[in-house]
Design a protein around this ligand. Structure first.
Ligand code: CA
Length: 135
């Protein structure tokens, strides 16, 4: 009876106060995984840029190919290069920039020409999205 009471008291104590194991030990989870605290315990989940999959017949966090899945945020004038845990964007030959924004390598345009091109691109996008909705 005493043992039962003790175990019940212990369980109650663990419910009432949660310990964040993730903050206590940063190296709780294996590489490519990150710790997520839960009430009364913790779980290891894949880090950003990794997905759960089978590798050598074992469940592991493997690199997510952002270029293949299309979840990258590269400019449409850039080439996506997959890396372990992330990806990089490289502007195409005729463009320059950080890969997320790529500008054409030609003589600078006047503000009026830039505004005209901006309006033209908006009009083209609207026409495309309307066409998509009809399908
Ligand atoms: Ca990747």
């Amino acid at each position: 009876m005493f043992g039962l009471m003790w175990s019940w008291t212990q369980r109650l104590a663990s419910y009432v106060s949660d310990v964040n194991e993730c903050q206590l030990d940063a190296a709780l989870c294996p590489p490519r995984q990150t710790c997520r605290n839960t009430f009364g315990s913790f779980v290891c989940v894949c880090r950003d840029g990794f997905v759960l999959g089978t590798l050598h017949r074992a469940l592991q966090c493997r690199d997510k190919d952002e270029c293949l899945t299309g979840s990258h945020r590269c400019s449409r004038h850039a080439r996506c290069v997959n890396t372990d845990g992330s990806y990089t964007c490289q502007c195409s030959e005729d463009f320059f920039g950080n890969g997320h924004t790529c500008l054409p390598r030609r003589a600078p345009q006047s503000k009026a020409a830039m505004y005209f091109n901006y309006k033209l691109s908006k009009r083209t996008k609207t026409a495309q999205s309307k066409g998509d909705r009809r399908r």
